[in-house]
Design a protein around this ligand. Structure first.
Ligand code: ADP
Length: 173
């Protein structure tokens, strides 16, 4: 079931025509580099205005805003863990990011959602391990809560794409 709904693509998350895109933000929610910077640039300054009203976001949690100038109607902001070697709850926190985003999306009636590879940029989470957590968490969530039509993993580079793609294809066997 999950495998038909989940798709791995290579591209830019800001261009995705989905109900919601997920932002890999920082605790302040006041903008940063990487995917966060790209999302704020494409959404326009009203996104930052709305983010200022949210009082930040704890690691592993998620908060929703409008998408403004983005093709996506909503942005779900989540804060991934910074990688500190793997013995500091990084895996559990990363899994929580995915499940809390999906929970919030389900509550809002969102049917299509796109994720970036949370924490694998400046937060330095190893990509193969992050990909495994991401895919397993999404498949688990879908089994319990089958309300989505499409869940995209939007990979910004070849390394991310090949890791996510390999795992999803293995899962099909
Ligand atoms: P984090 O702080 O959670 O590590 P980053 O933004 O540094 O967040 O990186 C998270 C992932 O998002 C990385 O795999 C990075 O290559 C990717 N990324 C950066 N820009 C975009 C974009 N426009 N669309 C999709 N993914 C992106």
């Amino acid at each position: 079931m999950g495998q038909r709904i989940i798709r791995i693509i290579k591209g830019d998350i800001t261009e995705q025509e989905v109900d919601a895109i997920v932002n890999a933000a920082n605790n302040s929610l006041l903008g940063g580099g990487g995917v966060d910077g790209a999302i704020h640039k494409a959404a326009g300054p009203k996104l930052l205005d709305e983010c200022r009203t949210l009082n930040g976001c704890a690691t592993g949690e998620a908060k929703i805003t409008h998408g403004y100038n983005l093709p996506a109607k909503w942005v779900i902001h989540t804060v991934g863990p910074v990688w500190h070697g793997g013995n500091n709850e990084e895996d559990r926190m990363l899994a929580k990011c995915y499940s809390n985003c999906l929970k919030l999306a389900a509550e809002e009636g969102i049917k299509t959602i796109a994720f970036p590879a949370i924490s694998t940029g400046v937060y330095h989470f190893p990509i193969p391990r992050a990909a495994e957590i991401a895919i397993n968490e999404v498949i688990d969530f879908l089994q319990e809560t089958p309300v989505f039509d499409r869940i995209l993993f939007v990979c910004f580079n070849d390394e991310t794409f090949s890791n996510f793609n390999r795992l999803l294809n293995e899962d099909k066997k």
